[in-house]
Design a binder for this molecule. Structure first.
Ligand code: NCD
Ligand code: ZN
Length: 450
């Protein structure tokens, strides 16, 4: 395939040139290329980016396929310009044993329409399995839930946290919210232990969420993890940071040459807690949406390079679950269909450059998790590309979403920017309207050693 007349955008530069793709790889980059009989895509007026790499998604296969599965989740990815996803371990089956990992590989291998890899889940005692998993190239990292969220994975005990940090030989990804603090504030804000009182708590409003999981809850967990990492020299990646305090603590640790990276999720920079009044539990997510001031602080952290990657934390739940009372409704919102679109809109609003988007959502995730063949448009890299139009408009509407949950907190938003085509391994996988890639065409990602 020949992609002609587009502007190539890499994290480190832009170039107007043609790209020749062959056998799944980028073979040549040059001016005025001509290839007899070759499928040619005219990218005039478009920007050509390396396919996005989303390091934080929850695709819900096996037992929660009513919310999402490897086919619908990876379809949403392709429509959103994402060609590689890394699945979180908290869904049932939880990815906490090699047996469960093999089962997930089998199903993802048959259903995925984009590339996929896995994070392995930490439990209070699966140190040996985790050590084996670290040697498996399909494992990106060990995910530790320091605070409870969707699913049953939780490591609120210091000794288990310390042992995992001391023994796991790849990146460790942290959901950094302190469970003890969550429990304390839950009780303070009306969570009762017995059922009778729970009935009384039925009318609790979703706005309580950011008071329970307040900024201190995140700060405490980050502090604890950094202290443990300074003694164990673990390589840490902080998922979905949502406060300035976390960013400051992480930046200070980086200055001490600790091996630390962090991520931000789209909902923490494009939404704020005022939306909870309107959307109720549809806006309930862990960590919670923050105030407007914090959102602006996250934007300046992004601009000054203190945040390494963007990842959606795509966490689909059904409408009927979100319509339950506060204590029963699950946390999380979908994001794969919309993340790149929101970033294109932000580029048009001059909040950041297109190169920075590529850095945050393709180049740096590939670096952090050591996916050597992705994240860049260069000869020899994989031919995963996304063609975007900064001049066209897109309206986010539920009819056009590929996620099975069928809703988005951004519904009705007008975006300045559009995703025209997603190319996977040198073939059109999404043509701007439909997913073309077939089940099983997604390939298992390979993560290098640290
Ligand atoms: C995630 C989910 O639903 O799987 N929910 C969320 O609110 N972010 C779990 C998680 O990443 O915490
Ligand atoms: Zn999380």
């Amino acid at each position: 395939m020949l992609v002609k007349n587009g502007t190539i955008v890499n994290a480190k530069g832009m170039l107007k040139a043609d790209i020749y793709l062959e056998l799944g790889k980028i073979r040549r980059i040059g001016k005025n290329m001509k290839m007899q009989g070759e499928e040619t895509i005219d990218a005039s007026g478009l920007f050509v980016l390396p396919g996005m790499v989303d390091a934080h998604v929850h695709l819900r296969d096996f037992r929660e396929v009513s919310k999402e599965d490897y086919f619908t989740g990876t379809s949403a990815a392709l429509a959103g310009g994402v060609t590689s996803v890394i699945d979180m371990p908290n869904n049932s089956l939880p990815t906490i044993s090699m047996q469960n990992l093999e089962a997930k590989k089998f199903v993802a291998g048959r259903k995925a329409v984009c590339n996929y890899g896995f994070h392995f889940g930490a439990t209070p005692d699966n140190f040996e399995e985790a050590a084996i998993a670290a040697r498996d190239p399909s494992i990106a990292s060990l995910k530790i839930y320091m605070g409870s969220s969707t699913g049953s994975l939780l490591l609120d005990d210091f000794s288990a946290l310390y042992c995992h940090l001391a023994s796991f030989k790849k990146t460790i990804t942290l959901h950094a919210e302190d469970e003890h603090a969550i429990r304390h504030f839950s009780k303070q804000h009306g969570l009762m232990e017995n059922e009778e009182d729970l009935r009384g708590a039925k009318h609790t409003k979703a706005t309580i969420h950011s008071k329970i999981r307040n900024e201190m809850v995140a700060e405490l967990a980050v502090t604890r993890a950094l202290s443990a990492a300074s003694k164990t020299s673990a390589k840490l990646h902080f998922a979905h940071v949502s406060t300035k305090k976390e960013v400051d603590l992480i930046s200070a640790a980086k200055r001490k040459k600790m091996r630390i990276t962090c991520e931000v999720s789209p909902h923490h920079i494009f939404l704020d807690d005022s939306l909870t009044k309107k959307l109720g539990n549809f806006a309930k997510v862990n960590p919670p949406l923050r105030g407007k001031k914090t959102v602006l602080e996250l934007w300046s952290a992004l601009k000054s390079g203190k945040i390494d990657i963007l990842a959606t934390d795509h966490a689909p739940h059904l409408r009927e679950e979100k319509e339950l009372g506060y204590w029963e409704a699950p946390s999380g919102m979908p994001g794969l269909d919309t993340a790149l679109l929101l970033m294109l809109d932000a580029v048009n609003k001059r909040r950041l450059s297109l190169q920075k988007v590529v850095s945050l959502y393709s180049y740096m995730p590939s670096k952090v998790f050591k996916i050597y063949n992705k994240g860049e448009i260069a000869v020899g890299k994989d031919a995963d590309l996304v063609l975007v139009d900064l001049k066209a408009k897109t309206k986010i509407s539920k009819e056009k979403l590929f996620t099975k949950c069928g809703w988005s907190p951004y519904e009705g938003t007008q975006i300045q920017g559009a995703i025209r085509r997603t190319i996977l391994a040198g073939k059109t996988a999404y043509d701007g309207e439909s997913v073309i890639s077939r089940m099983g065409e997604g390939k298992e990602l390979r993560f290098g050693k640290i």
